[in-house]
Design a protein. Structure first.
Length: 202
């Protein structure tokens, strides 16, 4: 097979793999871009009371941050605004704890935060350290909740995704399913073919 025929074959494989990946129903609004700011809230424990407090804090913090970054179009501007409002976020957390008569300690930080690999819908989000607002309530030993503040994707509760590999997180970890392994294979295949084709035409 000559080079032109090989290129055509690889392009066909690339298109086929892309169509398989697309058929799984991955929608654009599920993809977290490289430049993103997340919000993660760690509950004190998994008791009903502590989880309720976590959700109340989540709702109030989300509402405030969404308002601050609603009209912003760059991650740098969003980062600056969020950092400038960390004191306000602390006030929100303190107020919500006081409402339920809780004396739990808490912390609010803006830093690189470790996240586990997650399968949300049909898309795999790899483990890694990501820029995030981290709110820790008490011991921070309970189930956590997280979303993406910028671009605003907090209408997607990524915490409800399945953990697919250990990443030093407190959450229950499951072994990768066959479907997830196929997803990883397709992503690697597509990336590899794409890089190879780009190299030919350089």
């Amino acid at each position: 097979m000559n080079q032109k025929g090989l290129i055509n074959l690889l392009i066909s494989i690339f298109i086929f793999a892309s169509s398989l990946q697309g058929s799984e129903g991955v929608s654009a609004n599920q993809v977290i871009p490289d430049e993103a700011i997340r919000l993660r809230i760690l509950a004190n424990s998994n008791s009903d009371e502590d989880q309720t407090v976590k959700r109340q804090i989540r709702d109030q913090v989300n509402e405030s941050i969404n308002g601050w970054v609603a009209d912003l179009t760059s991650i740098e501007a969003s980062r600056n605004v969020i950092k400038s409002q960390l004191g306000e976020i602390e006030k929100i957390v303190r107020t919500e704890l006081e409402k339920v008569g809780s004396s739990e300690s808490f912390s609010v930080k803006f830093e690189e935060v470790g996240f586990p690999t997650k399968l949300y819908g049909d898309f795999v989000y790899p483990a890694g350290n990501y820029e995030a607002v981290l709110i820790t309530i008490g011991e921070g030993l309970g189930d956590n909740w997280w979303c993406v503040l910028f671009p605003p994707l907090c209408f997607l509760d990524f915490s409800n995704g399945d953990a697919v590999q250990a990443a030093g997180d407190e959450e229950t970890v499951e072994e990768p399913s066959e479907e997830v392994e196929v997803e990883f294979f397709l992503v690697k295949l597509i990336d590899g073919i794409s890089d190879w084709i780009k190299g030919i035409f350089k």
